[in-house]
Design a protein around this ligand. Structure first.
Ligand SMILES: Cc1ncc(COP(=O)(O)O)c(C=O)c1O
Length: 373
């Protein structure tokens, strides 16, 4: 189930994203207790008029300007795309040096789109690791140094999926230094990072590294996954490459998407406040359930999800005990085989639905523990 790394692929060699093959049908079951959503559930109450379907967006403004204003960068440092997933491919293409190796080093554990997409772009994809371990999620620096001479780009997800752990400042600065010395560019998927805005953990790569493209979208911290609005921020030269890639592979942005984005952009901080509130309300309830089952765990310092060991294969546990209880949560093995005993739980839902899910989660953990005993 973990991401499938390897050489360039096309045709029937294109691997599925096993995580999505597992997840989408289970999501469609509409299980009553869904703790799988790593995106924040925020109701923006946006009305979409018919004109959004017919014309370009209302103001005709450049959407890149809204991003530039929010992140305090220049307009020529921003490229708009359809979500973080599309941005990953475009950023990798933009960041691969013309004369460098067509090889991408990908941080593991990771969401399979980050780790597999470059194979479809004709690249070989090789791993480097942050964790996995029960202790701190540290970068394996020896491994990075070993692969650096072989790669053109390193791709990472500073706020890791499924653990929610932010890369340490020390590891981040070290990575910037060694990649710059090696002439390697960084592609940084920061789709969960804005939940840390206003804290010491908010360290987007574009702020520190001229050799980096930071990727973000409205999908996760802003709860607008269905509209597929994302962006890249970086140095103008790298961003111009990404814009050229976007024009070749996508053409134009979707007008209804941009129209909705325009409506919410001035209000985006509302969702970030909502995330802190959800943490305050929901996280203590989760910690209580885990403690009652003897599971010791320190949640990540921000955000709405985290992962811990449940003592058995989480895919099996979901099938055997989760489904009959109407519970859905995400197995860690989808991100790295060493995490197959981990379960990712998200606490971004309403206090009422989260509270209702806690006795169910408790029963689930009891069933596992009785099954093992
Ligand atoms: C690390 C990571 N990047 C990107 C995405 C998807 O982002 P988007 O919906 O903006 O394409 C996900 C979704 O699970 C993710 O976990």
């Amino acid at each position: 189930m973990e991401p499938r790394l390897g050489g360039p692929v096309s045709g029937n060699a294109i691997p599925p994203v096993d995580y999505l093959s597992w997840y989408v049908p289970r999501l469609q079951e509409n299980r009553p207790h869904d703790l799988s959503q790593s995106g924040f559930g925020y109701d923006w109450q946006v009305e979409v008029g018919a004109d959004a379907m017919l014309t370009f967006w209302k103001s005709g403004q450049d959407p890149a300007q809204w991003v530039a204003d929010r992140y305090e960068v220049e307009l020529n440092q921003v490229c708009i795309a359809h979500g973080a997933c599309q941005s990953i491919s475009l950023a990798i293409l933009a960041a691969l040096p013309v004369d460098g190796p067509r090889v991408v080093g990908v941080e593991m554990p990771s969401f399979a789109v980050v780790s597999q997409s470059a194979r479809l772009l004709g690249c070989e994809v090789i791993p480097f690791h942050r964790g996995p371990s029960e202790g701190p999620w540290e970068l394996n620096r020896a491994e990075v140094l070993e692969i650096l001479p072989k790669v053109g780009v390193l791709a990472l997800t500073p706020v890791m999926n499924p653990t929610g752990e932010m890369i340490s400042e020390d590891d981040q600065q070290w990575l910037i230094k060694v990649t710059q010395e090696a002439g390697v560019n960084l592609v940084s998927d920061e789709v969960y990072l804005d939940a840390s805005k206003g804290t010491e953990f908010y360290r987007p790569m574009y702020k520190y590294a001229k050799n980096a493209i930071s990727i973000n979208s409205l999908t996760k911290t802003y709860g607008l996954g269905p509209i597929r609005f994302g962006w890249m921020i970086g140095e103008p030269k790298l961003i111009q490459n990404a814009k050229n890639a976007f024009q070749n592979m996508q053409g134009l942005a979707s007008a209804p998407t941009v129209s909705i984005a325009e409506t919410v952009f001035p209000r985006l901080d509302e969702a970030l406040d909502g995330i802190w509130e959800a943490r305050k309300q929901n996280l203590p309830k989760l910690l209580e359930v885990l403690e009652a089952h003897g599971i010791k765990w320190t949640p990540p310092p921000f955000g709405i999800y985290g992962a811990f060991s449940i003592g058995m294969d989480a895919v099996e546990a979901m099938a055997k005990y989760g489904k009959p209880l109407g519970l859905l949560a995400t197995p860690g093995g989808m991100f790295h085989s060493d995490l197959k005993h981990y379960l990712r739980i998200a606490w971004g839902s309403s206090p009422e639905s989260f509270e209702a899910a806690m006795p169910v989660l408790s029963q689930f953990l009891t069933s596992i523990q009785e099954g093992i005993a």
